[in-house]
Design a protein around this ligand. Structure first.
Ligand SMILES: CC(C)(COP(=O)(O)OP(=O)(O)OC[C@H]1O[C@@H](n2cnc3c(N)ncnc32)[C@H](O)[C@@H]1OP(=O)(O)O)[C@@H](O)C(=O)NCCC(=O)NCCS
Length: 335
């Protein structure tokens, strides 16, 4: 029996910084409203026409993670690519990263679990490594939100929250089962699928159909979010799934060296922090600088925490996420 362990992390953020004041020039919003409700001060947006896409950003994050892991692309046995904004409808962005990395043949899977995508990716990598089937797995989370948001006042409830970027982790086989990923806990509840969703274009709303209707009121091709419902479910599920992980491993909340929650909203993170009575050093947040980058948020945050020396060998690290689906999950590891 093996464990899996993260041995390299990387990130990539587009250069283009968009502040709350920049958004206030496009829609009826304010720095005060956004800061108070979400904690976000700025986010990154891909400049249209630049070479940044989920796959190219994921590739750059992956190269950084590989270098830090001391591995070459050819050492990777499996690529897992988590995104809700893939480059193409099909094929997935995983195969595009495989091409960019120059790996001639290996499995490359996309994971469509939105904000929980990276945790699902870690869990999937962990299962393949624990069984001995694969040794080195690359998990990427990358998003291009800005290309598909409504930057008018009509879309302000959603468009101020989300940002673009990518993060990546390299996991490898760990023979010391007291180290690495100890447990992962995954959930979905499709009953709330439409509460945070993008309905069209899709097989239910084909592009020719949308164009033929030419209905100016039709905004089904923009993401929809029932913010208050999402908030209420998020605080409950985050707490449950963190608790489950703590109990499974016999840890107390006080044992956590670092909790890296999905950067959904600073108020959600603060609620969770308070609930578990964690001090500021035990929770990592960077939503102020990047907004909610969905599947990329945890790997970007974990990379920055590691770069800042906040994750050290032997530390007890908890990752947790909640998002569209609804989906949620946690991963507990000893670094
Ligand atoms: C989105 C969220 C910040 C909205 O905050 P809220 O307190 O629920 O606000 P409401 O949606 O009730 O809107 C309150 C008012 O602000 C307005 N408003 C919405 N977005 C706004 C914006 N960007 N700027 C200014 N006003 C805005 C609304 O139109 C509404 O106006 P009204 O009272 O005149 O109708 C909050 O619901 C939230 O954080 N939800 C969770 C979202 C999340 O985490 N999503 C990611 C999940 S992975």
């Amino acid at each position: 029996m093996y464990n899996s362990r993260i041995i390299g992390m990387g990130k990539y953020l587009p250069d283009n910084v968009v502040t709350n004041d920049d958004l206030a020039k496009l829609m009826d919003t304010s720095d005060e409203w956004i800061t108070e409700r979400t904690g976000i001060k700025e986010r990154r947006h891909i400049i249209k026409g630049s070479e940044d896409t989920p796959a190219t950003m994921g590739h750059k994050a992956a190269l950084m993670a590989l270098e830090r892991a001391g591995l070459e692309p050819k050492d990777i046995d499996l690529i897992l690519f988590a995104t809700l904004s893939p480059d193409y409808y099909f094929p997935g962005s995983g195969v595009l990263v495989q091409k960019l990395l120059g790996i001639p043949a290996c499995p490359a899977m996309d994971i469509r679990m939105q904000c929980s995508g990276f945790i699902y990716g870690i869990s999937t990598a962990d299962q393949f490594i624990k069984t001995g089937m694969y040794k080195n797995v690359l998990v990427i989370g990358a998003e291009n939100h800005s290309g598909g948001l409504d930057f008018t006042t009509r879309g302000r409830g959603v468009s101020v929250i989300f940002g673009d970027g990518a993060g990546a982790a390299v996991l490898t086989r760990e023979e010391d089962t007291a180290r690495g990923v100890l447990s992962t806990h995954l959930y979905s509840e499709g009953e709330h699928a439409e509460e945070l969703s993008l309905i069209g274009p899709s097989t239910q709303r084909w592009v020719p159909e949308i164009m033929a209707e030419n209905d100016p009121e039709d905004i089904s091709y923009y993401p929809y979010m029932n913010g208050q419902t999402v908030f209420k479910h998020a605080v409950v599920r985050f707490s449950e799934v963190i608790n489950e992980g703590l109990q499974k491993n016999g840890w107390e909340a006080a044992d956590i060296d670092l909790l890296v929650p999905h950067q959904a909203n600073l108020r959600i993170s603060q609620f969770v922090q308070k609930k578990f009575r964690l001090n500021d050093d035990q929770v990592y947040n960077n939503i102020m600088r990047y907004g909610n980058t969905t599947a990329a948020s945890i790997p970007i945050a974990l990379t920055e925490a590691w770069e800042e020396g906040k994750v050290k060998e032997g530390d007890k690290v908890v990752l947790a996420a909640f998002g569209s689906g609804f989906t949620w999950g946690s991963a507990l590891m000893v670094w």
